[in-house]
Design a protein around this ligand. Structure first.
Ligand SMILES: *Cc1c(COP(=O)(O)O)cnc(C)c1O
Length: 231
């Protein structure tokens, strides 16, 4: 299947997951499909954008900056990978949304650079939902404290939370974790912190996006199902 056809299949699957959610009486939000373009070239990216993709996700600053200079399409750029503090300047200049804010130290650095660049940087707070040693993000129990801290920084705007679920052979095992993330998201939404516009619950990738949408995700990050394997 072409990239365009894959995107159509995914949109269809998202719509079906939303219907299942609505059928069980839960609110069914619009879901934003972010195409994860890391390790894929600009030709594939153009094809995706010409097939309706409006937002791309990259995990490395350098790679994204290089592609940004070549793409010649207007898209929104999201950083979804761990950001080192020495790359913050470039990241703030290049990304519309930094999804991967995973420490107070990084939040402070982004805030300082955004102030210098005269920008208010939109960010998501990354939650390590499976408490995995190999993954970045604050633990679910630390999230409220982390959000309170970040909400004091005037040059960042907290727009939601992001998580990468653990990999399970049986994908159904992620459901309770997505449910927990939805609760965390709702809790923060209702706490009305300053410098906060809780819009995005970013959860769901190729393996688990249908379950994520059933559990309330409104932003899925998908690479493999659109572009094939990254090698
Ligand atoms: C690579 C990546 C994705 C996309 O993963 P696929 O399984 O290829 O859909 C999503 N989110 C993050 C943070 C990633 O690093």
């Amino acid at each position: 299947m072409s990239i365009g056809q894959q995107i159509e299949v995914i949109q269809q699957n998202i719509n079906e997951a939303l219907s299942r959610r609505a059928c069980s009486g839960m609110s069914a939000p619009q879901v934003k499909l972010v195409a994860v373009t890391k390790n894929h070239g600009v030709a594939a990216m153009r094809e995706a954008v010409d097939s309706g993709i409006t937002t791309v996700g990259e995990n490395r600053v350098q790679e994204a900056v290089g592609k940004k200079n070549q793409l010649d399409r207007h898209v929104e750029w999201h950083l979804i990978g761990h950001l080192q503090t020495n790359k913050v300047g470039q990241a703030v200049a290049a990304f519309d949304l930094i999804q991967s804010v995973d420490s107070e130290r990084l939040a402070i650095a982004i805030n300082r650079v955004a102030a210098q660049q005269g920008k208010k940087q939109d960010v998501l707070l990354q939650v390590n939902i499976g408490n995995e040693e190999t993954k970045f993000g604050v633990s679910p129990g630390e999230l409220n404290k982390f959000a309170h801290f970040c909400s004091q920084l005037e040059h960042i705007r907290i727009c939601g939370i992001m998580a990468i679920a653990p990999y399970y052979e049986d994908v159904e095992l992620v459901r309770p974790l997505f449910r927990e993330l939805y609760q965390l998201f709702s809790g923060l939404k209702h706490s009305n912190l300053p410098n906060t516009a809780m819009q995005w619950l970013s959860m769901g990738m190729t393996n688990d996006y249908q379950i994520a949408v059933e559990e309330g995700s409104n932003l899925v990050r998908i690479g493999t199902a659109i572009f094939g394997s990254r090698k």
